[in-house]
Design a binder for this molecule. Structure first.
Ligand code: FAD
Length: 139
């Protein structure tokens, strides 16, 4: 089964607080280890941007769970490709804290110094996540 990478962006629901975020990360890591999925989840108080890497079958299955999760809405795929190797293999689901989404980084990849993931091209979203991973410890 081909290896794939998918990046989507979404909007946090009102009910998505820090407790919900902890649950999302806990469940993601649990399921992703079994499914051999790796990736990063970045977020601020408004938006999520997540990268998932793994077999096409597992990525599709997991994405279908994610897209139906009421803790977010307007789930939009911005990037999908078949890949030769993983870039986020060190994380079953790395958590990129809001503090890492600096004005400088946002300006580097978008027309704004705010984190506005719906405005990113797929390539910019991917490059931004690659930049963010440099500052994350392995799990
Ligand atoms: P329940 O809702 O209790 O479902 C019952 C059964 O369904 C489970 O016991 C299990 O057998 C099966 N099941 C449900 N989800 C999965 C799954 N993903 N894989 C295998 N079996 C499953 N979830 C992830 O797994 N990986 C992610 O990377 C991920 N990222 C998320 C990012 C965001 C922004 C949000 C909002 C959610 C994310 N989730 C992710 C959570 C996902 O949307 C579901 O909430 C989660 O998969 C439900 O798991 P559960 O064990 O509570 O299943």
């Amino acid at each position: 089964m081909p290896l794939t990478r998918l990046i989507y962006v979404s909007t946090l629901s009102k009910s998505c607080d820090s407790v919900a975020l902890k649950d999302i990360l806990h469940k993601s890591r649990e399921h992703n280890i079994t499914s051999k999925i790796t990736g990063l989840l970045s977020h601020n108080e408004k938006y999520f941007m997540q990268c998932l890497e793994g077999s096409r079958e597992e990525i599709n299955r997991t994405y279908n769970y994610i897209v139906n999760d009421p803790r977010h809405s307007k789930v939009t795929i911005v990037y999908f490709e078949e890949i030769h190797s993983r870039q986020f293999g060190d994380w079953s689901m790395g958590d990129v804290p809001q503090s890492h989404l600096t004005s400088l980084l946002n300006l580097q990849f978008s027309g704004s110094d705010e984190f506005k993931p719906y405005d990113l091209t797929g390539q910019s979203a991917y490059l931004m996540l690659l930049e963010l991973k440099q500052h994350l410890p392995s799990e």
